[in-house]
Design a protein around this ligand. Sequence first.
Ligand code: SF4
Length: 147
Amino acid sequence: MESEKSEQMKIMVSACLMGENCKYNGENNLNEKVLNYVKGHQVITVCPEVMGGLPTPRIPAEIVNNVVTTKDGRNVDKEFRTGAEMALQIAKENQIDLVVLQSRSPSCGPKQIYDGSFSGKKIEGQGVLAKLLIENGFRVIDVEDLL
Ligand code: SF4
């Protein structure tokens, strides 16, 4: 008897984890663990910051009093929220089963983010996209929690 194949999932992944150079500094967070994990599944990558219209490279941002703000004081809340909404639509349209996101990003961070002081201090909380996906019932995993 043929062994049962594990079911194919649709997995949304932070684009930088798959090697796309979309990080604020023009680099990526290519992650072998993620590449192995998604093997055999359908992968949809998103970078909400780029989708929201921000350039790469770009000035890093943190969530400051609920408003996404760059290190040099520019309000980029609209771009972050626009990109997150676009990624949410993609997740809905594709009936995504699982989302794997980069840790601590003001967009993608599922568990922790930086505290808005640009001093490297972390707090419990979610980035804009992670929060939106969780609120909409998607199963979201922090890349650091992938086995
Ligand atoms: S917004 Fe998300 S996908 Fe884009 S570079 Fe930042 S962590 Fe990666």
